[in-house]
Ligand binder design. Sequence first.
Ligand code: SF4
Length: 333
Amino acid sequence: MSRSGIKALCLVSGGLDSALAARLMQEQNIDIIALYFVNPFGSCGEREEGAPPRRVAESLGVDLMAVPFEPDYLDVISHPCHGYGSNVNPCIDCRIYMLRQARKIMDGLGASFVVTGEVVGQRPMSQKLNAMRCIEKASTLEGYLVRPLSAQLLSPTIPEEKGWIRREELLAISGRSRKDLMRLARDKGLTGYASPGGGCLLTDPRFAEKMRDTMSHNELTENAVSLLKVGRHFRLPLGSKLVIGRNEAENESLAGLATEQDTLLDTVSDPGPIAVLQGGRASEEEELAARMVARYSDGKSSSVVTVSIGSPEGVRTLDVEPMNPQEVGSLMI
Ligand code: SF4
Protein backbone atom coordinates (compact mmCIF):
# COMPACT_ATOMS: atom_id res chain seq x y z
CA MET A 1 0.00 0.00 0.00
CA SER A 2 1.30 3.46 -0.93
CA ARG A 3 1.63 6.30 1.57
CA SER A 4 -1.48 8.03 0.17
CA GLY A 5 -3.62 4.90 0.53
CA ILE A 6 -5.39 5.83 -2.73
CA LYS A 7 -5.91 3.24 -5.46
CA ALA A 8 -6.39 3.95 -9.15
CA LEU A 9 -7.35 1.59 -11.93
CA CYS A 10 -4.95 2.06 -14.83
CA LEU A 11 -5.88 0.80 -18.31
CA VAL A 12 -2.77 -0.68 -19.88
CA SER A 13 -2.60 -1.76 -23.50
CA GLY A 14 0.98 -2.98 -23.47
CA GLY A 15 2.10 0.19 -25.24
CA LEU A 16 4.27 3.02 -24.07
CA ASP A 17 1.60 5.65 -23.29
CA SER A 18 -0.38 3.73 -20.71
CA ALA A 19 2.83 2.46 -19.08
CA LEU A 20 4.05 6.01 -18.68
CA ALA A 21 0.70 7.22 -17.37
CA ALA A 22 0.77 4.49 -14.72
CA ARG A 23 4.34 5.34 -13.73
CA LEU A 24 3.40 9.02 -13.29
CA MET A 25 0.70 7.96 -10.87
CA GLN A 26 3.08 5.73 -8.93
CA GLU A 27 5.41 8.69 -8.58
CA GLN A 28 2.56 10.46 -6.82
CA ASN A 29 2.18 7.57 -4.35
CA ILE A 30 -0.97 6.21 -5.97
CA ASP A 31 -1.46 2.43 -5.84
CA ILE A 32 -1.94 1.18 -9.38
CA ILE A 33 -4.15 -1.70 -10.45
CA ALA A 34 -3.15 -2.51 -14.04
CA LEU A 35 -6.18 -3.54 -16.11
CA TYR A 36 -5.81 -5.00 -19.60
CA PHE A 37 -8.94 -5.45 -21.69
CA VAL A 38 -8.60 -8.45 -23.98
CA ASN A 39 -10.18 -7.20 -27.19
CA PRO A 40 -10.74 -9.90 -29.86
CA PHE A 41 -9.56 -7.41 -32.49
CA GLY A 42 -6.36 -6.35 -30.69
CA SER A 43 -5.83 -3.00 -29.03
CA CYS A 44 -4.97 0.46 -30.32
CA GLY A 45 -1.20 0.43 -30.12
CA GLU A 46 -0.14 -3.17 -30.51
CA ARG A 47 -1.39 -6.50 -31.78
CA GLU A 48 0.72 -8.96 -29.83
CA GLU A 49 -1.55 -10.58 -27.24
CA GLY A 50 -0.72 -11.21 -23.63
CA ALA A 51 3.01 -10.69 -23.34
CA PRO A 52 3.47 -6.90 -23.65
CA PRO A 53 0.81 -5.91 -21.05
CA ARG A 54 2.27 -8.50 -18.70
CA ARG A 55 5.79 -7.21 -19.30
CA VAL A 56 4.64 -3.64 -18.72
CA ALA A 57 2.97 -4.69 -15.45
CA GLU A 58 6.23 -6.38 -14.41
CA SER A 59 8.15 -3.24 -15.23
CA LEU A 60 5.71 -1.26 -13.06
CA GLY A 61 6.03 -3.87 -10.29
CA VAL A 62 2.28 -4.63 -10.18
CA ASP A 63 0.04 -7.58 -11.06
CA LEU A 64 -1.95 -7.53 -14.28
CA MET A 65 -5.68 -7.98 -14.34
CA ALA A 66 -6.76 -9.25 -17.80
CA VAL A 67 -10.48 -8.93 -18.52
CA PRO A 68 -12.00 -10.14 -21.82
CA PHE A 69 -14.53 -7.97 -23.60
CA GLU A 70 -18.08 -9.28 -23.22
CA PRO A 71 -19.93 -10.51 -26.36
CA ASP A 72 -22.03 -7.29 -26.28
CA TYR A 73 -18.94 -5.50 -27.63
CA LEU A 74 -19.98 -6.85 -31.02
CA ASP A 75 -23.15 -4.69 -30.84
CA VAL A 76 -20.91 -1.66 -30.39
CA ILE A 77 -19.12 -2.57 -33.61
CA SER A 78 -22.28 -3.21 -35.63
CA HIS A 79 -24.17 -0.12 -34.40
CA PRO A 80 -21.78 2.57 -33.26
CA CYS A 81 -23.57 5.78 -32.14
CA HIS A 82 -20.54 7.87 -33.16
CA GLY A 83 -19.79 6.14 -36.44
CA TYR A 84 -16.63 4.57 -37.79
CA GLY A 85 -13.12 5.83 -38.40
CA SER A 86 -11.42 5.12 -41.71
CA ASN A 87 -12.39 1.42 -41.64
CA VAL A 88 -14.76 -0.41 -39.27
CA ASN A 89 -13.14 1.01 -36.15
CA PRO A 90 -15.81 2.65 -33.97
CA CYS A 91 -13.12 4.27 -31.80
CA ILE A 92 -15.31 6.67 -29.84
CA ASP A 93 -17.90 4.02 -28.97
CA CYS A 94 -15.12 1.53 -28.28
CA ARG A 95 -13.49 3.87 -25.75
CA ILE A 96 -16.85 4.58 -24.12
CA TYR A 97 -17.54 0.84 -23.87
CA MET A 98 -14.13 0.18 -22.37
CA LEU A 99 -14.37 2.98 -19.82
CA ARG A 100 -17.88 1.95 -18.75
CA GLN A 101 -16.52 -1.51 -18.03
CA ALA A 102 -13.61 0.12 -16.19
CA ARG A 103 -16.04 2.16 -14.06
CA LYS A 104 -17.75 -1.05 -12.89
CA ILE A 105 -14.40 -2.67 -12.10
CA MET A 106 -13.19 0.48 -10.33
CA ASP A 107 -16.26 0.48 -8.08
CA GLY A 108 -15.94 -3.24 -7.40
CA LEU A 109 -12.30 -2.90 -6.36
CA GLY A 110 -12.78 0.24 -4.30
CA ALA A 111 -10.43 2.25 -6.53
CA SER A 112 -10.86 6.05 -6.54
CA PHE A 113 -10.38 6.89 -10.21
CA VAL A 114 -9.38 5.56 -13.65
CA VAL A 115 -6.15 6.40 -15.48
CA THR A 116 -5.47 6.10 -19.22
CA GLY A 117 -2.51 6.85 -21.44
CA GLU A 118 -4.52 8.96 -23.89
CA VAL A 119 -2.73 11.91 -25.48
CA VAL A 120 -4.63 14.85 -26.95
CA GLY A 121 -4.37 14.83 -30.75
CA GLN A 122 -2.50 11.53 -30.99
CA ARG A 123 -5.29 9.63 -32.77
CA PRO A 124 -7.54 11.09 -35.41
CA MET A 125 -10.89 9.96 -34.05
CA SER A 126 -10.98 9.27 -30.32
CA GLN A 127 -8.24 11.61 -29.10
CA LYS A 128 -9.43 14.93 -30.45
CA LEU A 129 -10.19 17.25 -27.56
CA ASN A 130 -13.95 17.26 -28.16
CA ALA A 131 -14.06 13.49 -28.58
CA MET A 132 -12.14 13.02 -25.34
CA ARG A 133 -14.68 15.20 -23.49
CA CYS A 134 -17.59 13.32 -25.07
CA ILE A 135 -16.04 9.94 -24.17
CA GLU A 136 -15.49 10.98 -20.56
CA LYS A 137 -19.06 12.17 -20.21
CA ALA A 138 -20.60 9.06 -21.75
CA SER A 139 -18.31 6.73 -19.81
CA THR A 140 -19.94 7.55 -16.41
CA LEU A 141 -16.47 8.59 -15.22
CA GLU A 142 -16.88 12.36 -15.52
CA GLY A 143 -14.30 13.97 -13.24
CA TYR A 144 -12.82 10.58 -12.35
CA LEU A 145 -10.87 9.95 -15.54
CA VAL A 146 -7.24 11.06 -15.32
CA ARG A 147 -5.12 11.30 -18.47
CA PRO A 148 -1.74 12.15 -16.94
CA LEU A 149 0.13 12.63 -20.24
CA SER A 150 -2.14 15.49 -21.38
CA ALA A 151 -3.72 16.47 -18.02
CA GLN A 152 -2.53 20.07 -18.10
CA LEU A 153 -4.35 20.59 -21.40
CA LEU A 154 -7.61 19.27 -19.92
CA SER A 155 -9.93 20.49 -17.16
CA PRO A 156 -8.82 19.60 -13.63
CA THR A 157 -10.24 16.29 -12.45
CA ILE A 158 -11.69 15.48 -9.02
CA PRO A 159 -8.49 13.65 -7.91
CA GLU A 160 -6.57 16.86 -8.69
CA GLU A 161 -9.13 19.09 -6.95
CA LYS A 162 -9.17 16.90 -3.88
CA GLY A 163 -5.38 16.95 -3.74
CA TRP A 164 -4.96 13.18 -4.27
CA ILE A 165 -2.64 13.98 -7.16
CA ARG A 166 -0.64 17.11 -7.99
CA ARG A 167 -1.61 18.72 -11.30
CA GLU A 168 1.77 20.46 -11.65
CA GLU A 169 3.50 17.07 -11.88
CA LEU A 170 1.24 15.90 -14.70
CA LEU A 171 2.14 16.55 -18.35
CA ALA A 172 0.93 18.68 -21.24
CA ILE A 173 1.84 16.42 -24.18
CA SER A 174 -0.16 16.59 -27.40
CA GLY A 175 0.18 15.37 -30.99
CA ARG A 176 1.53 12.28 -32.67
CA SER A 177 5.25 12.58 -31.98
CA ARG A 178 6.54 9.87 -29.66
CA LYS A 179 9.99 11.32 -29.06
CA ASP A 180 9.20 12.95 -25.67
CA LEU A 181 7.27 9.92 -24.53
CA MET A 182 10.13 7.57 -25.38
CA ARG A 183 12.67 9.77 -23.65
CA LEU A 184 10.50 9.95 -20.52
CA ALA A 185 9.99 6.18 -20.51
CA ARG A 186 13.75 5.70 -20.70
CA ASP A 187 14.32 8.17 -17.84
CA LYS A 188 11.74 6.40 -15.71
CA GLY A 189 13.22 2.95 -16.35
CA LEU A 190 10.16 1.61 -18.17
CA THR A 191 10.72 -1.43 -20.35
CA GLY A 192 8.67 -4.20 -21.94
CA TYR A 193 6.22 -2.05 -23.85
CA ALA A 194 5.28 -2.96 -27.44
CA SER A 195 6.37 -0.78 -30.35
CA PRO A 196 3.58 1.10 -32.05
CA GLY A 197 2.31 -0.60 -35.19
CA GLY A 198 0.09 -3.56 -36.00
CA GLY A 199 -2.75 -2.46 -33.82
CA CYS A 200 -6.45 -3.07 -33.95
CA LEU A 201 -7.68 -5.29 -36.79
CA LEU A 202 -10.74 -3.05 -37.21
CA THR A 203 -8.43 -0.41 -38.69
CA ASP A 204 -7.03 -2.85 -41.28
CA PRO A 205 -8.66 -2.27 -44.71
CA ARG A 206 -8.57 -5.95 -45.76
CA PHE A 207 -10.01 -7.16 -42.47
CA ALA A 208 -12.59 -4.34 -42.58
CA GLU A 209 -13.90 -5.64 -45.92
CA LYS A 210 -14.50 -9.06 -44.43
CA MET A 211 -16.14 -7.50 -41.37
CA ARG A 212 -18.49 -5.43 -43.55
CA ASP A 213 -19.49 -8.54 -45.45
CA THR A 214 -20.12 -10.42 -42.19
CA MET A 215 -22.16 -7.58 -40.70
CA SER A 216 -24.21 -7.12 -43.87
CA HIS A 217 -25.23 -10.79 -43.62
CA ASN A 218 -26.04 -10.47 -39.88
CA GLU A 219 -23.42 -13.06 -39.06
CA LEU A 220 -21.35 -11.22 -36.46
CA THR A 221 -20.78 -13.66 -33.60
CA GLU A 222 -17.73 -14.56 -31.51
CA ASN A 223 -17.21 -17.64 -33.68
CA ALA A 224 -17.43 -15.52 -36.85
CA VAL A 225 -14.78 -13.15 -35.48
CA SER A 226 -12.42 -16.06 -34.83
CA LEU A 227 -13.05 -17.36 -38.37
CA LEU A 228 -12.37 -13.92 -39.86
CA LYS A 229 -8.78 -14.14 -38.64
CA VAL A 230 -8.13 -17.38 -40.55
CA GLY A 231 -8.00 -18.39 -44.21
CA ARG A 232 -9.34 -17.08 -47.52
CA HIS A 233 -12.97 -15.91 -47.39
CA PHE A 234 -15.59 -16.27 -50.12
CA ARG A 235 -19.27 -15.36 -50.44
CA LEU A 236 -21.15 -17.84 -52.64
CA PRO A 237 -24.07 -16.87 -54.96
CA LEU A 238 -26.85 -18.13 -52.63
CA GLY A 239 -25.28 -16.39 -49.63
CA SER A 240 -23.21 -19.16 -47.99
CA LYS A 241 -19.79 -18.34 -46.66
CA LEU A 242 -16.75 -20.47 -47.45
CA VAL A 243 -13.44 -20.20 -45.59
CA ILE A 244 -10.47 -22.13 -47.03
CA GLY A 245 -7.26 -22.71 -45.02
CA ARG A 246 -3.98 -21.39 -46.42
CA ASN A 247 -1.61 -23.69 -44.54
CA GLU A 248 -1.48 -26.54 -42.04
CA ALA A 249 -1.94 -24.27 -39.02
CA GLU A 250 -5.01 -22.63 -40.56
CA ASN A 251 -6.45 -26.02 -41.54
CA GLU A 252 -6.19 -27.08 -37.90
CA SER A 253 -7.78 -23.84 -36.69
CA LEU A 254 -10.66 -24.21 -39.15
CA ALA A 255 -11.32 -27.77 -38.08
CA GLY A 256 -11.44 -26.55 -34.47
CA LEU A 257 -13.71 -23.59 -35.23
CA ALA A 258 -16.29 -25.50 -37.31
CA THR A 259 -19.54 -25.96 -35.39
CA GLU A 260 -22.06 -28.84 -35.67
CA GLN A 261 -24.13 -26.80 -38.11
CA ASP A 262 -21.19 -26.21 -40.46
CA THR A 263 -20.04 -28.30 -43.39
CA LEU A 264 -16.38 -29.32 -43.40
CA LEU A 265 -14.69 -29.98 -46.76
CA ASP A 266 -11.41 -31.80 -47.25
CA THR A 267 -9.71 -33.12 -50.40
CA VAL A 268 -9.33 -36.90 -50.54
CA SER A 269 -7.59 -37.69 -53.84
CA ASP A 270 -4.90 -35.00 -53.52
CA PRO A 271 -3.30 -33.09 -50.63
CA GLY A 272 -5.23 -29.87 -50.13
CA PRO A 273 -6.81 -27.45 -47.69
CA ILE A 274 -9.62 -27.83 -45.21
CA ALA A 275 -12.59 -25.52 -45.65
CA VAL A 276 -15.66 -24.54 -43.65
CA LEU A 277 -18.97 -23.84 -45.38
CA GLN A 278 -21.63 -21.94 -43.43
CA GLY A 279 -25.08 -20.56 -44.07
CA GLY A 280 -28.73 -21.48 -44.42
CA ARG A 281 -28.36 -22.64 -48.04
CA ALA A 282 -24.97 -24.30 -47.64
CA SER A 283 -26.32 -27.73 -48.68
CA GLU A 284 -27.30 -26.29 -52.08
CA GLU A 285 -23.82 -24.84 -52.55
CA GLU A 286 -21.72 -27.84 -51.49
CA GLU A 287 -20.69 -28.78 -55.03
CA LEU A 288 -19.59 -25.24 -55.83
CA ALA A 289 -17.63 -25.12 -52.57
CA ALA A 290 -16.02 -28.50 -53.37
CA ARG A 291 -14.87 -27.16 -56.77
CA MET A 292 -13.32 -24.17 -55.04
CA VAL A 293 -11.52 -26.29 -52.45
CA ALA A 294 -10.23 -28.51 -55.30
CA ARG A 295 -8.83 -25.39 -56.93
CA TYR A 296 -6.51 -24.87 -53.93
CA SER A 297 -5.42 -28.54 -53.77
CA ASP A 298 -2.42 -30.17 -55.41
CA GLY A 299 -4.90 -31.56 -57.97
CA LYS A 300 -5.85 -28.11 -59.29
CA SER A 301 -4.63 -29.02 -62.80
CA SER A 302 -6.39 -32.43 -62.84
CA SER A 303 -9.75 -32.92 -64.46
CA VAL A 304 -11.24 -34.47 -61.31
CA VAL A 305 -10.53 -34.10 -57.58
CA THR A 306 -12.35 -36.08 -54.90
CA VAL A 307 -13.56 -33.97 -51.99
CA SER A 308 -15.08 -35.22 -48.74
CA ILE A 309 -18.04 -33.24 -47.47
CA GLY A 310 -18.96 -33.61 -43.80
CA SER A 311 -22.27 -31.87 -43.23
CA PRO A 312 -24.89 -32.11 -40.44
CA GLU A 313 -26.58 -34.78 -42.68
CA GLY A 314 -23.49 -37.02 -42.76
CA VAL A 315 -20.29 -37.51 -44.74
CA ARG A 316 -20.14 -38.09 -48.50
CA THR A 317 -17.52 -37.72 -51.23
CA LEU A 318 -17.90 -35.86 -54.47
CA ASP A 319 -15.77 -35.96 -57.65
CA VAL A 320 -15.50 -32.42 -58.98
CA GLU A 321 -13.66 -30.41 -61.59
CA PRO A 322 -11.48 -27.71 -59.95
CA MET A 323 -12.90 -24.24 -60.51
CA ASN A 324 -10.91 -21.89 -62.73
CA PRO A 325 -8.92 -19.13 -60.98
CA GLN A 326 -10.99 -16.23 -62.41
CA GLU A 327 -14.23 -17.68 -61.12
CA VAL A 328 -12.74 -18.35 -57.67
CA GLY A 329 -11.31 -14.80 -57.61
CA SER A 330 -14.71 -13.30 -58.40
CA LEU A 331 -16.20 -14.89 -55.26
CA MET A 332 -13.44 -13.80 -52.90
CA ILE A 333 -14.39 -11.22 -50.25
S1 SF4 B 1 -8.39 1.33 -32.70
FE1 SF4 B 1 -10.41 2.13 -32.11
S2 SF4 B 1 -11.79 0.37 -32.28
FE2 SF4 B 1 -9.70 -0.44 -32.23
S3 SF4 B 1 -9.29 -0.88 -30.07
FE3 SF4 B 1 -8.55 1.21 -30.46
S4 SF4 B 1 -10.28 2.52 -29.91
FE4 SF4 B 1 -11.09 0.45 -30.14
